[in-house]
Write a protein that binds this ligand. Structure first.
Ligand code: PDD
Length: 285
């Protein structure tokens, strides 16, 4: 496997982390996960622009222009001859003697490499289980930061309970999943948390809302409570790796008769169609 380290494409075993990399010591950095379909990185521009936004929010200047970075990622896909799977991309503030504060002169370190393909099709057609958990994260969840400590704690809790995701609740309100955005359908209307500091504004979330706009399907980006969640007709999550994933059981309570509901299926199909058409036109270009 070949990996991108700053400006260079190297063999996997040539890529090393400095013990004083601030990403390694403090989680001082930002990241993205991008899905590939038939060699095409889906919504690449959107992911890259969120990466620059996240970096900007933590006062980190990425030394390469977004267009140049996209070009390097495409080179990485080519040298690895990638078809399906994903790209992991992270950028840390760089290497310096350990101190919480930093000098502006240190150079950010960028790493990108292929992620293996994992099929989600079976889960998408059957639906997955979730648990609920308190949202005890900081109040800048809009930044896609490397600091995922609480996210991994609750994901592990879900995993140990045999569930796929932990749905987070802050002050009685459903914010998002540990690594996904959460949607409910009630009386034919879709609800999801607004894109505030309390959630990561998912690229899949945004794409789905665009699709809804195009079709004139009704939705509200409004906070909803845990009670509303538990009384929903349908529940699903979105993320780069899961796309639109039905949730059929939460904390042992069954939703939409234990299978993906009609709205969720409609959104899954609409999302798939957009993936196919965008990937198809990228291939032709
Ligand atoms: N997770 N919320 C959180 C906290 C996330 O970590 C993610 C993505 C999302 C969905 O965002 P998007 O649609 O842009 O993937 C929402 C990625 C996939 C991860 O950490 O692996």
């Amino acid at each position: 496997m070949k990996v991108l380290v700053n400006d260079e494409i190297l063999d996997r075993n040539q890529a090393k982390v400095d013990i004083e990399d601030r990403g390694y010591q403090f989680g001082d950095g930002v990241y993205e996960v991008i899905n590939l379909y038939n060699g095409v990185p889906f919504t690449l521009k959107e992911h890259i622009s969120r990466l620059y936004r996240s970096a900007n929010e933590i006062g980190m200047k990425i030394y390469v222009e977004p267009e140049q970075l996209c070009k390097r990622l495409l080179d990485l896909i080519n040298v690895n001859n990638m078809k399906d799977g994903g790209l992991y991309l992270q950028i840390t503030r760089g290497v310096s003697h350990r101190a919480h504060q930093y000098e502006d002169s240190i150079k950010p370190r960028l790493v990108a490499y292929p992620l293996p393909y994992k099929s989600v099709q079976t889960a998408q057609s059957a639906g997955v289980e979730a648990i609920t958990a308190d949202d005890l994260r900081w109040l800048r969840c809009d930044i896609k930061s490397l600091n995922l400590l609480y996210n991994i704690m609750v994901k592990q809790k879900a995993h140990e309970a045999g569930a796929f995701e932990a749905i987070l609740i802050r002050d009685g309100v459903v914010t998002e999943g540990s690594s996904s955005n959460i949607f409910i359908v009630k009386g034919g209307i879709l609800f999801t948390h607004p894109a505030t500091n309390k959630i990561l504004n998912g690229i899949t979330r945004t794409k789905l809302l665009e699709i809804l706009d195009k079709h004139g399907w009704q939705y509200k980006t409004e906070p909803f409570t845990k009670e509303a969640l538990m009384e929903a007709d349908e529940v699903f999550l979105t993320s780069t790796t899961s796309e639109v994933m039905p949730i059929t059981n939460i904390d042992g309570v069954t939703f939409s008769h234990g299978k993906p509901g009609p709205y969720t299926q409609k959104f899954q199909d609409a999302f798939r169609n957009v993936v196919n058409s965008e990937v198809g036109s990228a291939k032709k270009a």
